[in-house]
Design a binder for this molecule. Sequence first.
Ligand code: CA
Length: 654
Amino acid sequence: MKFLSILLFLLPVASSQAVRLYSPDRMTYADVVLNEGKLSYRAGYRKIVKKDTVDVCLLKDSPLGLYSNVADFTQGLSLRGAETDMPVCCNYTLRQSKVSQVDVEYHRSIFNLRTANGNRFELEFYVGNNNIAYRYNIPMQGETAAIVVTGEASGFRFPEGTTTFLSPQSDPMMGWKRTKPSYEEEYTPDEPIGTKSKYGQGYTFPCLFHEGDAGWVLVSETGVDGRYCAAHLSDCSADGLYTIAFPMQGENNGFGSTGAQFGLPGSTPWRTITLSPTLAPIVETTVPFDLVEELYEPSIAYKGGRSTWSWIIWQDESIVYDDQVAFINLAAQLGWEYCLIDGGWETNIGRERMEQLFALCREKGVAPFVWYNSNGGWNDAPQCAKQRMYSPIVRKKEMKWLQENGVKGIKVDFFAGDKQETIRLYEQILSDANDYGIQVIFHGCTLPRGWERMYPNYCSSEAVLASENLVFNQHFDDMEGFNATLHPFCRNAVGSMEFGGTVLQRRLNRNNNGGTTRKVSDVFELATAIAFQSSVQNFALTPMNMDESVTPKFEIDFMCQVPTQWDETRLIDGYPGQYLVLARRAGSRWYIAAMNARQEPLKLNLSLPMLAGSRVTWLSDGNDGQAPSSQSVVLDRKGTFKTTIPAQCAVVLY
Ligand code: CA
């Protein structure tokens, strides 16, 4: 097979050469094409129709190549050789994601290419079952040992009629205290391709496409570290093409290049495509982790867990000593592992009294996370502690203090965008934090791109319109069901999502008597604890939730034992933004979240083989969604589960 492919390429067949690549199950394919010196690919899956195998093309002819200060690697190309469909096993352990043990296979292919001027590079192409990834490898060019990549031709072309689930890239230096872009824009469901993006700046990863009955495509990137910038997708051209777009000049207050600089030999990050007739391979994909590697050893055994977080409901006024004592005590009462002390502590509490809080944490068996401003010089965010994470000299001193006080994690907020300059800062914070046994959550930040595997002390990132918006604006409470049933299909499918959810108060203020109003049900909120994946979850519970007249005891019982690290994840059913039935396993126990974001009841007739014959706890909201209850049921030996879920309500089985 391998040699046949090479032969096909070397045959002088007009000006166009093509080679077909298959996944190990031979049901996913990609055609790599060289036509008049330009490189492109198409991709799709195969299905059996009346004993014949038929191609279903989901990505039409899409360009490949990159632009650099060494050469234009997009045209005048000739193929010097290829090795195709070499089997590669990806077998590894993942601590902080939707699955703990990964064992998948890909077929790897290498195409050796040359420009008309004799500049060489490789296209490296992986085809797995439902997953495709590619990147460019650049060798030294004579004595040239460094390159600046100024852009990529890499594209993704969709047929007419495709609809999209996309989040626009914002303009730079916009929004609160000039902190954007931070992947905090609203998704539009089922929008026709070709619609102009909100800011004219394209779309942030991941990008979900729906081609009607033919299937679904999720496009993203992975393996982005300090050697490259993070990319996004351009707006769509008239003929259905989205291309890789580099950061905007204005990001990071205009400072730093929009391109990428690295030493040779070197590689670009992976462009990834998950494609399938159904949504399960998209929700369950491990392609962000399969092709990257751990970049350093963990200095300690990092653990995920549940955390209290005063700021989300009690807001800025709660970053004072007494309120933090209340939330440390709450974490201890719930048996949770962590307590997050958010921004403002340096002024409002001070370092000495912070040390007293850390001592209280030790006494109570709760480990603290502490908030930091990433700044630096790229935004106007006033929260402290500031100027502690940018300089390595100050950062290491700070991390030493944290370590000496038993702090187990930091949450670093308000990053400056996607330029390589900023990606380097993420990597430096992670790497230094590991030296002090500290885990890292990023907020006001970019999407993680394989980081769960690359950086063992990386926890999670916001990079979503997270729970703070439920407090800021009623619109997001009205949209909570829609967003919660959308994220598992796109944002959270490719990386940990630090949403900070599970609000169990009806009103989102300190006394549960003002502010915004929660629209989804209690059990819907509990279900998000399963649906949203983040190895550390900062839940929105407050001391008031321990009062049984506010929150039924069975809801607290569920929150006391819900895991945050999963061994397995399976999509049972769903449609992005409408409803979701998701199963996750921790140890031997399965947790099922069935959530209805529609405005009418949802009838479900499910087959849950993982619960066949098992006795489980069934949480539901009652017929009107206002009477949450818990009961114990035994499923039949097929795991049949029939129910009707009222609008904006949910069912949890565990
Ligand atoms: Ca935010």
